[in-house]
Design a binder for this molecule. Sequence first.
Ligand code: SF4
Length: 241
Amino acid sequence: MSHVTYNPWHGCHRYSEGCVNCYVYRRDDSIGKDASVITRTASFSLPVSRKRNGEYKMPSGSHVYCCMTSDFFLEDADQWRPEVWKMIRERSDVDFTIITKRIARMHECLPEDWNDGYDNVTICCTMESQKQADIRYPIFMALPIKHREVICEPLLTPIDFHGQLDKRIELVVCGGESGDKARDCDYEWILDIRRQCIESDVPFYFKQTGASFRKNGHLYKIERRLQMSQARKAGINYRHH
Ligand code: SF4
């Protein structure tokens, strides 16, 4: 299966504590670009673009990560989003993953024929702290969505889901923060979320340690290239039996 990144617009506004060290800002700053200016990109029509021979450029069966340099439900993109929904509907042969912190806006941003969700869309809601989990989780679970994932990254505090994790969640992803200014992530927080997942039989994936990782009271500075492999080595991912 081919993995594709599709960025219909670029740029964002900081929204919650997880945004403090936003990688879009970091990357744009390094090239003298202002990430708070929201622009429609040249690849806006990528899902329905065709090659000379008439075939779609995005092969059937692709897995598409949508809007990785912005937030899909950003206000500034309200004018463009209906056209993207149309393309997503046309490409029912392709899976789209949308990661958002702005789950509170999703309801007002849905297309008319959304009903109980498009089969080919997975919505991933980011909950980086207890505060955001308490706000976003109930909203997320009340929305009509066919495929849902929870993303606790960058994980900034322990999170108690108050026994509310349920099997409609297809995956919980956890990870620390990367970059020079990364805030600490504690392995105990990761393990505790994993415990809650296992209790509710929800798959769990430890994606990366982040750059500043506390384990058994010691703080480890971990190089970027080792952050994912160290997480993998922990061997704590969980799938349904
Ligand atoms: S929502 Fe995402 S892209 Fe937007 S500022 Fe926050 S971290 Fe950056």
